[in-house]
Design a protein around this ligand. Structure first.
Ligand code: EPZ
Length: 416
């Protein structure tokens, strides 16, 4: 499958269950090596990023296999503590393995993850929290060489609520002597899912979802079976597509509260939204209205990962909407591709002004990054004519079956 072909203009109708969350399962897979036994993950999405994590687990000496719909990890045989450069380059968020490898093995070695399409992606906060727990970290020649003969729990204040640094701190603290208290921790729901997984494994973690998380290290661990939480950004993506194309869709296996800032924005744009236990229904006539200013922020603020797909939904709206991207330096790479479809978007540094146009025209476009690619799906669903989307490997990092999902909702979509 090298590209996706979307015939726009069809209203989206139907019901769709939401896949498991990429940004939850990746730290959970890193956490699985804390236990020298079995982890069974139900509802684990089939994604290229998950396959990359599986390759890392196998490199470390773990077994990691799909058994039916479950992903089963056995970390009893772990015998390495390094992640080779070619595996790090596949997925920069592999840095979240650093804390768990240190906690389990006492050593860790990996190349610096480097930047990505969204910008430089520094890891200074990750390294700062690990050093405060007692890890020795040498950065030389683009490589991180880490030792942790004895991690000691302590109070740590994060200078900003970094999701990855919070996750790395939690995982390392699980291997530390005594209690660790994380202050100014990230509050994303995926951290709550990580906490639930760790507690099911026997670890003592509490406070996830708040800015203060406490970890009692070195607890006895046990085999664990865990169901991965639904992906709130995938849910936001399909709601944005229905909002843009018009129609009525119902998403199930979803936590409405996890994307309330997104549904509030779509409601302000003129959609009818119903949220119930594990389900969200959205009705839209297709032409939306502008919604003032959207500022991305750490959870519970508006998620940066939903910025591109909401922007795509508003391209045909009446009036102008201003986006302010406060999390990443370079997260408007999808704008040029959307403008090829007739969108009117002007960018100055972290601000993008979207002025609605009467219609979008299908075009040949290319994914620039994961969520920028998802935005092209949203715009293509609303455009007149055919949209051909290339470089879809970006989308496959985070969406299990975007073609099947959108087809199930009535889109005229195929792969080429
Ligand atoms: C996680 O990335 C997600 N990835 C991202 O999702 C998401 O956009 C981001 O959190 C924010 O919600 C995964 O969970 C795998 P951060 P992460 O550390 O952990 C700066 C997607 O599309 N920073 O909260 O890397 C950083 O440069 C992806 O699914 C430092 O300066 O996010 C960024 O500007 C994209 N130093 C900001 O903080 C550090 O040590 C937020 O980063 C770490 C981060």
């Amino acid at each position: 499958m090298s590209h996706i072909i979307l015939q726009g203009g069809a209203r989206l109708e139907g019901t769709l269950p939401v896949q498991g969350a990429k940004n939850s399962v990746l730290p959970i897979l890193a956490a699985s090596i804390l236990h020298p036994g079995r982890t069974v993950l139900q509802g684990c999405p089939h994604l290229s990023d998950v396959e990359a994590s599986i390759r890392i687990l196998r490199h470390l000496g773990c077994r990691a296999d799909w058994e039916g719909g479950d992903l089963v990890v056995d970390a009893s045989g772990i015998d390495r503590w390094d992640i080779p450069d070619h595996l790090m380059r596949e997925m920069r968020s592999s840095v979240v393995f650093l804390g768990s490898i240190l906690a389990r093995m006492g050593w860790a070695e990996m190349s610096h993850p480097g930047g990505c399409e969204l910008g430089p992606r520094p890891i200074d906060l990750h390294l700062a929290v690990l050093r405060q727990l007692g890890a020795g970290i040498r950065e030389e020649g683009g490589c991180l060489r880490c030792t942790a003969q004895r991690l000691e729990g302590r109070e740590i204040t994060l200078s900003m609520p970094s999701v990855g640094a919070t996750e790395n701190a939690i995982l390392a603290a699980c291997g530390a002597y005594g209690e660790t208290v994380l202050l100014n921790a990230a509050r994303e729901p995926e951290i709550g899912d990580l906490q639930d997984f760790l507690c099911a494994m026997g670890c003592q973690v509490k406070g996830a979802g708040s800015s203060t998380i406490c970890i009692q290290g070195r607890q006895p661990t046990r085999d664990v079976r865990h169901t991965v939480m639904p992906d709130r950004i995938v849910a936001a993506t399909y709601l944005a597509a229905a909002a843009a194309a018009g129609g009525e869709v119902e998403l199930t296996q979803v936590h409405p509260g996890h994307l309330s800032t997104v549904t509030a924005a779509l409601h302000a744009a003129g959609c009818q939204i119903y949220s119930g236990e594990g389900r969200i229904v959205l009705r839209s006539e297709g032409r939306l209205r502008s919604i003032g200013t959207v500022r991305t922020a750490p959870y519970p603020g508006f998620p940066t990962d939903a910025q591109a797909v909401l922007m795509a939904a508003l391209l045909r709206g009446h009036g102008s909407t201003v986006f302010v991207e406060n999390i990443f330096e370079n997260r408007y790479r999808h704008v040029d591709e959307l403008c090829r479809m007739g969108a009117d978007i002007r960018v100055a540094d972290r601000v993008a002004v979207v002025t609605g146009v009467p219609c979008l025209c299908g075009a040949s476009v290319r994914c620039t990054d994961l969520r920028g690619g998802a935005a092209l799906l949203v715009a293509g669903a609303a455009a007149q004519g055919e949209t051909r989307i290339g470089d879809i490997f970006h989308i496959q990092r985070g969406y299990q079956d975007p073609v099947g999902d959108l087809r199930q909702l009535g889109a005229r979509i195929e792969t080429g």
